[in-house]
Design a protein around this ligand. Structure first.
Ligand code: CA
Length: 225
């Protein structure tokens, strides 16, 4: 799980960010003091840093500059001061992106994902019979030379499970990841989407199972024959 450090001294903003990020499948840790944050971020490097500019103790700019001396961790600065932006993104400070206050949590998540995509090297896929490819743009899944279309719920479901092979997701965790509008649906609804998705995958690759139910807990992605 991608661990995101939230360095923000306004408790309401920090918990808003934490809630949205966790609902989207990220792990979070919140620091409300700059000096403590810099210490902890060095000792315990996260995968991503959301960094407020104005903080008690060490300020966000100093933290960013210090981290950059030894680390390429993605950093998004949060600032209310538009005039600082050029400097934040410049070589001296070295942030990857910035977000202006006030912001919407959805915008923050979108930016985090964009920066993550930019910094994560694209792996070269080898072509083999076993290729399992999720084509998000076309809402399709391909296995070998066969393909089929997915509904948006099936696509989100498959993406979530496939991104963490072997990890068991309970129905609530799946629900928060597959519906973008915080809709609450029954466990039976989740089960029936999983069932349809499994039937589609089974048709693409008979005899191979990709999605497993784990009794009493939920579902996981694992290729078995
Ligand atoms: Ca602040």
């Amino acid at each position: 799980m991608t661990q995101i450090a939230i360095v923000e001294d306004e408790p309401k903003l920090a918990s808003l960010l934490r809630d949205y990020l966790e609902a989207d499948g990220f792990g979070t840790i919140v620091y409300d003091n700059g000096t403590q944050a810099l210490d902890e971020l060095k000792r315990n490097p996260p995968d991503f840093v959301l960094l407020d500019l104005m903080l008690p103790g060490t300020d966000g700019m100093t933290i960013c500059r210090e981290l950059r001396k030894t680390s390429n961790v993605p950093i998004i600065m949060i600032t209310a001061r538009v005039e600082e932006i050029d400097r934040l993104l410049g070589l001296e400070i070295g942030a990857d992106d910035y977000i202006c206050k006030p912001f919407s949590p959805r915008e923050v998540i979108a930016r985090v994902k964009t920066v993550l995509r930019r910094v994560t090297p694209v792996s070269v896929e080898s072509v083999s019979e076993d290729d399992f490819i999720i084509d998000e743009g076309a809402a399709m899944v391909r296995v070998g030379d066969k393909e089929c279309t997915l509904t948006s719920v099936e696509l989100n479901l498959l993406k979530t499970l496939h991104a963490s092979p072997g990890r068991i997701f309970n129905r609530h965790q799946l629900m928060t990841r597959i519906y973008n509008d915080n809709r609450v649906v029954s466990d039976r609804t989740i089960d029936s989407h999983v069932k349809k998705l499994r039937q589609k995958l089974e048709a693409l690759h008979p005899g191979v199972q990709y999605i497993h139910s784990v009794y009493g807990i939920g579902y996981k992605f694992e290729k078995t024959t």
